[in-house]
Design a protein around this ligand. Structure first.
Ligand SMILES: [Mg+2]
Length: 201
């Protein structure tokens, strides 16, 4: 009987291993707040609450003219918001206006899809149920691309964060640099998902 149960446990563990999904935190800097807006940069990093670690990362600054050419637009209110941010955060605006420091939107989205495909059936975490993921997916359709992740793997970091308002986020790097923001959120998500699994246990 014990041998039988041990066998079942082994099968269960194997199944868990086979079905384990990777997790990727994404952060966009944009010139708008909804689908159809210009994307200034994409930052992303994989994370794993089991090992409390972050892994491979992705960062690209996207040329603004290339976004306009694909029919993406500027939201004047967001542009005004950017004018109020500090010099360090605004650096991405300057880079996005220069072809020497930015790449075309289609190239960036293609590369992002390649980054996604390096992961096992990944969950893609954005900051808001209708922000990063939907803006990315919409920009892909404009560039005749298809997201390399399943829509049912979309996850919302903002929802998770608001479940634990007393846990403070430890910010790293430059606020509104998309890679620094993605890493900050990934490290916070590691802590919160660990907490959540404790609550559920
Ligand atoms: Mg950000």
């Amino acid at each position: 009987m014990i041998a039988f149960l041990k066998g079942l446990l082994r099968i269960n563990r194997k199944k868990q291993k086979e079905t384990k999904k990777d997790r990727i935190m994404v952060d966009l800097e944009t010139l708008g707040t909804g689908p159809g807006c210009i994307i200034l940069s994409i930052g992303a990093i994989s994370f794993d609450p089991e090992t409390n670690s972050t892994g491979r990362h992705f960062y690209m600054v996207i040329n603004t003219e290339s976004c306009l050419a694909y029919g993406l637009a500027v939201n004047p209110e967001t542009l005004h918001w950017w004018e109020q941010q500090n010099h360090e955060a605004q650096e991405v605006l300057r880079q996005a206006n220069d072809y020497k420091t930015s790449v075309s939107i289609k190239f960036a989205l293609n590369e992002f899809n390649k980054f996604i495909s390096q992961h096992r059936d990944p969950e893609v975490w954005g900051n808001g149920a209708d922000f990063d993921n939907t803006i990315l997916a919409y920009a892909m359709t404009k560039c005749d691309l298809v997201p390399n992740w399943k829509f049912w793997n979309n996850r919302c970091f903002r929802t998770l964060k608001n479940m634990f308002p007393s846990v403070k986020m430890n910010r790293i790097g430059t606020y509104h640099n998309s890679l620094d923001d993605a890493e900050t959120q990934a490290q916070h998500a590691n802590i919160l998902l660990k907490k959540l699994s404790g609550v559920e246990a």
